[in-house]
Design a protein around this ligand. Structure first.
Ligand code: NAD
Ligand code: GLY
Length: 352
């Protein structure tokens, strides 16, 4: 499958399928020096991939994890790019999950004021979300994704072969972002509704295709997130606060964020109850897929303070959330920080 994401300044082409590496990669690599960024897990689990396709290229292998999506990694990678003698025509290939994709995309945006980036996502989360849409970033000073750039990848090559080595916890994280799409996209909601908790390779590929098609449509209409693209942040305001406060992974945090924000939205009369309850039950199914990272519910109100720094907020006093409203519909819910923290703590007390 081939999907074109057209923005005013770029066309990013997304290929999905078993054959995409063999058909696209030799063409993309030829004719110039290139740079490959990956992490230690992906490099050791998929060594054969690098040996087969990336011979002769500079391969930079970083330690894995969100903790490395930082200034120090940015500096390391940029210095290695300079050291490799890359030219304006060189490409950066980001082979990994969302951390490598976000960091690699930012390095590509900065090197010589922008070289082409090819995203090769290896986690389900990166396949359904982070590799598409051109958001690149690092975390700085305890704030998620606060330094970054919009830089559309030239191509995104989504090969489900990489899913073969994914641990249960990473499946759960990817399903977290898919449940997010279910809050706005009836096709994804229907697919999850009809397939319960079972995830075959065929279902995963069809959910990836739905998610990418949906996201490409949204981003092509609103690349810089002035309006419609905010829908892609369902669950993310509280999710990011939980990620920072408890060190859960991004996908797990988004699942918790979606659960809590949907409860807040139902309480506020903003989200239709039957729709919210179905969404929460999809979230609960996903959370039960693998041992859940620990959220200390007794301190949730305090953790919620971290949402004060969320990029969607327009001032320091209130928190803005993208929430489900009805089937296939979403809206913004704004609350004073103190009320938000208090309500979250009340919900947490009920859950514990
Ligand atoms: P990640 O990149 O840390 O990957 C999760 C773990 O899976 C890592 O330990 C990694 O080494 C391992 N891994 C990767 N591929 C594997 C494979 N095929 N088999 C086995 N293990 C593998 O995290 P993630 O969940 O992929 O992405 C989360 C990041 O993405 C966060 O930083 C988040 O902010 C970002 N994100 C960005 C966007 C965007 O639009 N740019 C959207 C959503 C999330
Ligand atoms: N993951 C949110 C976005 O791409 O806008």
């Amino acid at each position: 499958m081939k999907i074109d994401l057209k923005t005013p300044s770029a066309v990013a082409t997304i290929y999905i399928g078993d054959e995409v590496i063999a058909t696209r990669l030799p063409y993309l690599l030829q004719g110039q020096k290139n740079f490959v960024l990956t992490d230690e897990n992906v490099y050791s689990l998929h060594r054969a991939f690098f040996e087969k396709w990336m011979q002769g290229e500079t391969v930079c292998v970083l330690p894995a994890g969100e903790a490395y999506k930082n200034f120090s990694s940015l500096q390391t990678v940029l210095e290695k790019m300079v050291g490799a003698g890359l030219k304006r025509t060189s490409k950066l290939f980001a082979v990994g999950g969302g951390v490598i994709g976000d960091l690699g995309g930012l390095c590509a945006a900065l090197y010589m004021r922008g070289i082409e980036c090819v995203q090769i996502p290896t986690t389900l989360l990166a396949m359904v979300d982070s590799s598409v849409g051109g958001k690149t970033a690092i975390d700085v000073g305890g704030v998620k994704n606060v330094v970054g750039a919009f830089h559309q990848p030239k191509e995104v090559l989504i090969d489900p072969m990489f899913l073969g080595t994914l641990p249960d916890r990473e499946w759960k994280c990817g399903i977290g972002e898919i449940v997010k799409y279910a809050a706005m996209d009836v096709r994804t909601l229907t697919a999850l509704r009809e397939n319960g908790g079972k995830m075959s390779k065929e279902l995963a590929v069809s959910l990836i295709e739905n998610s990418v098609r949906f996201k490409a449509g949204v981003v092509s209409r609103d690349e810089k997130e002035t309006g419609e693209r905010k829908c892609l942040n369902v669950g993310h305001t509280t999710g990011h606060a939980i990620e920072l406060a408890y060190g859960l992974s991004h996908g797990e945090s988004v699942l918790w964020g979606m659960k809590l924000e949907t409860m807040l939205a139902m309480d506020a009369g903003v989200c239709k109850r039957s729709v919210g309850e179905e969404l929460i039950s999809l979230v609960d199914n996903a959370l039960s897929l693998a041992p859940v990272g620990a959220v200390d519910l007794s301190t949730l109100g305090k953790a919620a303070e971290k949402a004060r720094m969320d990029k969607k907020n327009v001032n320091d006093e209130s928190v803005v959330m993208s929430v489900a409203k009805d089937e296939g519909e979403w809206t913004l819910l704004t609350m004073p920080v103190s009320e938000y923290a208090q309500k979250l703590q009340e919900l947490a007390n009920k859950l514990s």
